[in-house]
Design a protein around this ligand. Structure first.
Ligand SMILES: Cc1cc2nc3c(=O)[nH]c(=O)nc-3n(C[C@H](O)[C@H](O)[C@H](O)COP(=O)(O)OP(=O)(O)OC[C@H]3O[C@@H](n4cnc5c(N)ncnc54)[C@H](O)[C@@H]3O)c2cc1C
Length: 455
C-alpha cells in the first residue's frame, strides 16, 4: 500500500485496509513504533493557505529534516511539507544504529573522482549525528558507544575491513573471543571487529529534534500536508496540498521511496523497495542488563546480521530484521525467532521472561539490488526540482550528512559541490526481484543457518 492510499484510508476516503497490508507496506501508524514513546512531540498543523518560500522540502524524515535545518541555519526561507508528521516514515521506525563506516566502496567508482571526495567527507563527518545533537541541544538518546561486528569464525573480509579503516585513521581493532566476552557478555562469538566509533540514536527523536531546531531558526513546517502536485509557473513551482500551496523557485523531494506520489512518478521506479520490521522489549530487569551486552555497544552479527541489537536509554533491547515473504504482520513469530537467538547467545536467560513492548514495520528504498551496494541518489526530476532519496538501510548517518551537504550547496548556489552526482531518474530492472530474493530465499536460509549454528 502506498503512502497516499494509507493517508486516504486514515482520512476515511477509502475502505479500511487489511492490517496485513499495512504491515507489508511499512505504513502501520507511527505510534506502533518503539521510538516515539518517552514524551509527546508537538503536532505540526496542516498548511491552509498559499505562501511563498525560497525552497520547499517535501518529506520530514532524517533527510528532509536535516536539509531544512541546515537551510534555515544558512538563512534560506524554507518550508517543509510532510504528509503525516515528522519522523513518521522510515526515520521513526529504524533500528537506531549509527554506523560510522561505508559498507561498500564499489558504487563510488561511478563518481568522476572515483568517490575520493565522498569518502573524505564521510570520514570527516562520520560523527554527524552526535555533532548535530550537541550543536542544537537535541535530546535523542544519541550515544557514541561503539559498534561490534561479531562472527563465529574467521572472515578475511573483516580483517581487510579493519586494515582499510585503520588506514583512514579509525580507532578500530580485530578482537578475539576473550575481548568479545567482556564487551558482549557471551562466549558465542570467537572473531570480531570493535569500532570505538558510532553507536546508537533514537531516530524518531533525532528527526523531530532537527525539525524543532529548524523551526527555531525560522523554517515553517506543516504536518498532515501531503503534496498532491507540483506545477510549473514560469521560473517558479506551485507545490499544492489539499488545503494550500507553496510558491518557490526550488523544490527538494525527500520522500524516501516516493511510492503512491502522483507528481514525478518516474522517481518511484528508481528503487528496490524492501520492508523491514523492528521490535523493542519492555525495559529489562537489572539481572538481565548485567548479562546482555555489558559494554552497551551496537551489535551486528557477521555475516548475516539477522538481529542487530542495541540497548537504548530506557534499558530496552531493540532489534530489526527482514520478515519472511507475506509474514510482516506476524509480530509474535518474529519476536519468538529473536528470543531464540537471544537465549542461544545468552543461555543464562533460558528461563527469564522477556516481553515484547512494540513491533512495527517500515519501508526501505534501495538503489541497488545488492544490499551493501545501495547508495543514496540525488536526482534532477525537472529544472528546479531535486530529489534526495533511496537511502536504503543506511539513513542515520548518510541522511543528515547528505542533507547538510545539499543544503550548503543550495544555499551557496553551487550544486557542483554536492557529494552525489546529479542523475536523471532511471527505472531499475525488476524492482520486485530484490524483495523476493531477500524475503523468500536469503532470510529463510539465514534463519535456518542461525538456528543450527551454521554461520
Ligand atoms: C526497520 C528499519 C530499520 C532500519 N535500521 C537502520 C539503522 O539501524 N541505521 C540506519 O542508518 N538506517 C536504518 N534504516 C534506514 C533508515 O531508516 C532510512 O534510510 C531513512 O530513515 C530514510 O530517511 P528519509 O528521510 O529518506 O525517508 P523517510 O523517513 O521515509 O521520510 C520520508 C517522508 O516523506 C513523507 N512523504 C512522502 N510522500 C509525501 C508527500 N506526497 N507529501 C509530503 N510528504 C511526503 C513521508 O510521510 C515521510 O515522513 C532502517 C529502516 C527500517 C525501515
Amino acid at each position: 500500500m502506498s503512502w497516499s492510499k494509507y493517508r486516504r484510508a486514515v482520512e476515511g476516503q477509502v475502505p479500511v485496509f487489511p492490517v496485513s497490508d499495512a504491515y507489508e507496506s511499512g505504513v502501520v501508524p507511527i505510534r506502533f513504533s518503539g521510538w516515539p514513546l518517552p514524551r509527546q512531540i508537538p503536532a505540526y498543523p496542516a498548511l491552509d493557505h498559499d505562501i511563498e518560500a525560497d525552497i520547499v522540502v517535501v518529506g520530514a524524515g532524517l533527510v528532509g529534516s536535516s536539509l531544512a535545518l541546515r537551510l534555515a541555519e544558512n538563512g534560506v526561507r524554507v518550508v517543509v511539507l510532510e504528509a503525516d508528521q515528522p519522523g513518521s516514515g522510515a526515520s521513526g521506525r529504524n533500528a537506531g544504529h549509527v554506523q560510522p563506516y561505508l559498507a561498500s566502496f564499489a558504487p563510488l567508482q561511478a563518481h568522476a573522482d572515483q568517490g575520493r571526495r565522498f569518502t573524505e567527507y564521510f570520514i570527516e563527518h562520520r560523527d554527524v549525528v552526535f555533532d548535530l545533537c550537541r550543536k542544537h541541544g537535541l535530546e535523542a538518546d544519541a550515544v557514541k558507544s561503539g559498534m561490534v561486528d561479531a562472527a563465529c569464525r574467521r572472515h578475511v573480509a573483516l580483517e581487510n575491513k579493519v586494515k582499510q579503516w585503520k588506514a583512514f585513521g579509525y580507532d578500530v581493532d580485530l578482537v578475539g573471543a576473550e575481548r568479545l566476552k567482556e564487551l558482549l557478555g557471551t562466549s558465542a562469538y570467537s572473531h570480531g571487529v570493535h569500532w570505538r566509533e558510532g553507536g546508537r540514536v533514537n531516530p524518531y527523536l533525532f528527526t523531530n529534534g532537527m525539525i524543532a531546531a529548524a523551526v527555531r531558526l525560522g523554517a515553517r513546517v506543516y504536518g498532515n500536508s501531503a503534496v498532491l502536485s507540483c506545477e510549473r509557473r514560469a521560473a517558479y513551482w506551485r507545490v499544492r496540498t489539499a488545503t494550500g500551496s507553496v510558491h518557490a523557485q526550488q523544490v527538494v523531494l525527500c520522500t524516501n521511496g516516493h511510492a503512491g506520489n502522483p507528481f514525478f512518478p518516474e522517481l518511484t521506479r528508481t528503487q528496490f523497495p524492501l520492508v523491514a520490521c523492528g521490535m523493542a522489549t519492555r525495559p529489562l530487569p537489572q539481572e538481565v542488563l548485567e548479562i546482555v551486552n555489558p559494554a552497551r555497544v551496537t551489535l551486528m552479527q557477521y555475516p548475516a546480521g539477522l538481529y542487530p541489537l542495541i540497548i537504548d536509554g530506557r534499558n530496552r533491547l531493540i532489534t530489526a530484521t527482514i520478515p519472511g515473504a507475506g509474514r510482516a504482520q506476524r509480530a509474535a513469530d518474529h519476536f519468538a525467532y529473536f528470543l531464540r537467538y537471544l537465549r542461544r547467545t545468552y543461555p543464562q536467560l533460558r528461563d527469564t521472561p522477556i516481553e515484547m513492548e512494540s513491533y512495527w514495520t517500515g519501508m526501505t528504498a534501495n538503489s541497488s539490488s545488492v544490499y551493501d551496494a545501495s547508495y543514496p541518489k540525488l536526482y534532477r526530476a525537472a529544472e528546479g526540482v531535486l530529489a534526495l532519496m533511496n537511502f536504503g538501510s543506511w539513513g542515520n548517518v548518510m541522511g543528515p550528512m547528505l542533507g547538510v551537504n545539499l543544503a550548503d550547496a543550495l544555499a551557496s548556489d553551487r550544486l557542483q559541490d554536492c557529494l552525489l552526482p546529479l542523475e536523471t531518474p532511471k527505472a531499475v530492472q525488476c524492482p520486485g526481484l530484490f524483495e523476493t530474493k531477500i524475503r523468500r530465499v536469503l532470510i529463510p536460509a539465514a534463519r535456518w543457518a542461525d538456528r543450527f549454528n551454521l554461520v
